[in-house]
Design a protein around this ligand. Structure first.
Ligand SMILES: [Zn+2]
Ligand SMILES: [Zn+2]
Length: 221
């Protein structure tokens, strides 16, 4: 991404240390002295809408600094960026954080998509996809109960690996007991995320989890 390299080369920032090797099986994908390894429990908010929060279609260095600051203010190790219908924004933010800000936080690119049903059960689910190391995709159901889906159970298949049990935007519509039953039946990991549409909301809820656990579930292991 040449624009980003130009941003880094302006001399306003220290040169990136190490190479971003997202997609490699190595967890310490950016090698930075003193940096925390990613194969331990991390505080991660896995559902944020930073593009909507900043009202700018492309992330500038200043915007990315604000995103990083918001995540660090809540003590997070990282966030997933899960815009509606586009994974590009999350990849762009990740590139800037890794190359220009020495990977200060872990950014997981992702997106939120609608999974639409037709016929008797017509309706839709919001599903969040996370693009993880090793080219694996972890999927979870966002805020089950909104929109309301009849017989949610029958729409959970092997492509789903997690389900939100807390989401501050939709907690009122989420039946925690039912969600816990579905998670147990389908072996889904329970997640608590902010669904932030403002930077100050990032990290309102977060998970303490290993990236390896998400990858293993996505691989079906
Ligand atoms: Zn949603
Ligand atoms: Zn969302």
């Amino acid at each position: 991404m040449s624009v980003i390299r130009e941003i880094c080369s302006l001399g306003l920032l220290s040169a990136p240390q190490g190479d971003a090797i997202w997609g490699s099986p190595r967890w310490d994908y950016v090698i930075t002295p003193g940096r925390r390894r990613w194969d331990s429990n991390l505080k991660l908010d896995l559902h944020t809408h930073c593009r909507e929060a900043t009202a700018c279609p492309t992330p500038s260095l200043d915007i990315v600094r604000d995103i990083v600051a918001a995540a660090k203010a809540k003590g997070l190790d990282g966030i997933a960026i899960t815009e509606h219908y586009t994974g590009a924004y999350g990849h762009e933010v990740k590139e800037i954080v890794d190359r220009c800000l020495n990977g200060e936080i872990l950014v997981i690119p992702g997106q939120e998509i609608d999974r639409v049903f037709i016929g008797v059960d017509k309706g839709l689910l919001h599903v969040v996809e996370l693009y993880l190391p090793g080219d694996v995709t972890f999927r979870f159901i966002a805020h089950p109960g909104h929109p309301s889906v009849r017989d949610l159970d029958s729409h959970i298949d092997g492509s789903i690996h997690g389900i939100e049990v807390r989401n501050p935007l939709h907690d009122d519509e989420m039946d925690e007991e039912r969600i816990r039953q579905l998670a147990e039946k389908h072996n889904l990991i329970l997640l608590a995320n902010s669904d932030a549409h403002a930077l100050s909301d990032i990290g309102v809820f977060y998970n303490e989890i290993e990236i390896e656990e998400l990858c293993a579930r996505a691989r079906g292991g």
